[in-house]
Ligand binder design. Structure first.
Ligand SMILES: [Cu+2]
Length: 127
């Protein structure tokens, strides 16, 4: 009888912890995560991304880099406001991130100003 009671308690505890985990996960599921782009030695990975309006991109400098890189908007859709905010002022080798939310639909072209011919990427934001 005592053993049965312990099993019952364990089952209740498991059910409760499961419910708690679900509740904790809920907020992160409701808003979409930023798409991650790797800023690596001589390439952005991926080089092409398609987003929905309102989605964000987070550029993350690769830990294995040995050269400095940046993220610079070369061209954006017509009428894009706050163009400067689409480029980071950070030039880093590693340990850097740059996040930007895209609210204006259209095509965006990014380069690394230090390696403009090798490092380029396109982001298309759909309506
Ligand atoms: Cu670079």
């Amino acid at each position: 009888m005592r053993a049965l009671k312990l099993v019952a308690i364990a089952v209740v505890a498991l059910a409760l912890s499961g419910a708690a985990a679900t509740a904790a996960d809920a907020p992160s599921k409701s808003k979409s995560k930023p798409k991650e782009v790797s800023v690596a030695d001589f390439y952005f990975g991926p080089e092409k991304l398609t987003l929905k309006k309102g989605q964000a991109v987070n550029w993350v400098w690769a830990e294995t880099n040995t050269y400095p890189h940046d993220v610079h908007l070369k061209s954006g859709p017509k009428g894009l406001k706050g163009k400067a905010t689409y480029s980071t002022k950070t030039t880093a080798v590693t340990d850097a991130e740059f996040e930007k939310t895209f609210t204006t639909p259209g095509t965006y072209k990014f380069i690394c100003t230090i390696h403009p011919t090798q490092m380029h990427m396109t982001i298309v934001v759909k309506k």
